[in-house]
Design a protein. Sequence first.
Length: 631
Amino acid sequence: MSAPAAHHYAPARISPRTTLRLLLALVMPVFLLLVLLRLLHPKPDDNVFTLSSVHIAQEQDLALWRMPERPQPVALPHERRGGHDRIVYFFVLDLQVPPDRLWAVYLPHLSMNAAVHLNGEILGHGGSMVPPVARHWNRPLYFTIPNGLLRSGHNVLAVESIGDPVRSGFLAPVYVGPHETLMRVYEQRFALTVVAALAITTMLITVAVLMCTLWAMRRSASVYLWFGLGAAAWAAHNFNLFVVHTPMPAVAWEWLWNVTMGWLVIFTVIFVLRFLDERLPRLERTLFGFGFVGSVALALIAAWSPNTLAWVGPHVWDSGVLLLGAYPVVKVLRRLAFSPSPEVGWLLFAGATMFCFGLHDWLVLTGRLPRIHGLLIHFSAPVVMVVFGHILIGRFVTALRESEALNVELEARVAAREAQLAANHQRLRMLERDQTIASERERLMRDMHDGVGGTIIAALTMTETPGIDVRRIGEALRHALDDLRLMIDSLDPLEGDLTALLGMFRNRVEPMLRASGLTVTWKLAVLPPCSDLSPERSLQLLRIAQEAISNTLKHARATGLHVTLEPGQDLKGRPAALLTLRDDGCGFDPARTSTGRGLANMWRRAASAGLELSVVPTMQGTLVRVLVPMH
């Protein structure tokens, strides 16, 4: 698979404001580091004893209430190697007058655990003094001195100290003084070393869950995934800061502490690349290879020799991780130089802070800075989280504003399109109305010409013929009048109501039927509206019925006529209305009447209106059936 095309940026002229931001992004992390070191090591008042000159001994049968015979003088802070070896620090405290208030002993920095004795009496300890040893390398210890235990003259303070198989033992200067004075100092350091570490870890876990959830909801935004994985690795790394009793052996715990730092940097590098929209698959595969190989190698070293892990971890693994951590800082710095933007500036500040604090920790772990400084990289997490949160919120607000602007523009476009559609619809309705009027006018003119007009012309012709037949003229005019009435009835807005249409037809023809002496029965069922009952179809249906009644009156010699309207089905089984006209006359011979104009007109009208017509002569008369589609 070919690698994606690399991004090329043309050099941009850096403005004075951008230069100032760049300098602040690089200088502020150093300033924050110095402030934090100041806060982590508060100085007690002058009325507090600072014990930094001590004697040490390793004999197991020491009397903890007096100085050993051949002690070894050392100065605090004191670092030692030797795993679980027990070291006892002896301090001599000379008092002229015993204190008249509560005093205390404060141990700001030690590794891993300690028990404190005064004049042979134990003041307290930090937990287990045998493997697995309680871990207090990042938390201070504080013990109050019961009243009466301090006496005038010579007092011996003994501090038993024990390490673990990986970390070397360590003890910083010890403070002895009034309880109210030392407690303020102890609480400040405890809050910064333990409470703050716990709060930062909780924040990292929350951010990790939130970022991974955002990625799960939007898989295309992989930047959230890598940031969430980095936050999770950082949280796992921070557990070493406040966990006293580990759930695994000390060597395994130390291995986990080392590898999580490596994976934190790996995830951070990939996050920065994705944030800068740079896809480098080969580099990402190399990073994962480095992480897996390094994790396995450290596991093998830990199983072989814990002391070797104590050296390889900071000097080899952490050195490589530190160099790897410089890569995203350089990438962001280059992007800021070539394409300045506030987002990249904030990202540079966060990356520089993380790298600066990590460099400090590497110098401490490799012995290049005093161990009393402690480890500080976890304090850069709030800066990283706040910066990324600021960027994320900024992007969200920008996206929201763009969405609102697009919505306003979309609403304007929709309103304009709706107005255009309404105008087009109005024009279409007017065109349809004009077309309907024109079509109806044409139909009416055709019907007038073919029906009423033809009949009137025939009547006029008869008046001009010698030997005027008044009866025939009157009959022609009545026929023209009936046809005109049918045309008027077909134009009534009945909304597809066949029953109403035939009801009006009944009112038209009943006077004529009564005058002829024919007995007529009507049975008109109420049917659903017929959506396709146009005026033209209505007119043709009425003319077919009129022609059928006229044939009955003229030719059938019938005494009765039965008209029905009921539901039916056409030849395809679809719903239809069935109009039936049955007389009791003499019927007709189809062979002799097939060319008659009356039947021919009925068939023509049925075909033009889409009606199914059948005329059936029977022994009891003639049956005319008309099927009107209901669909």
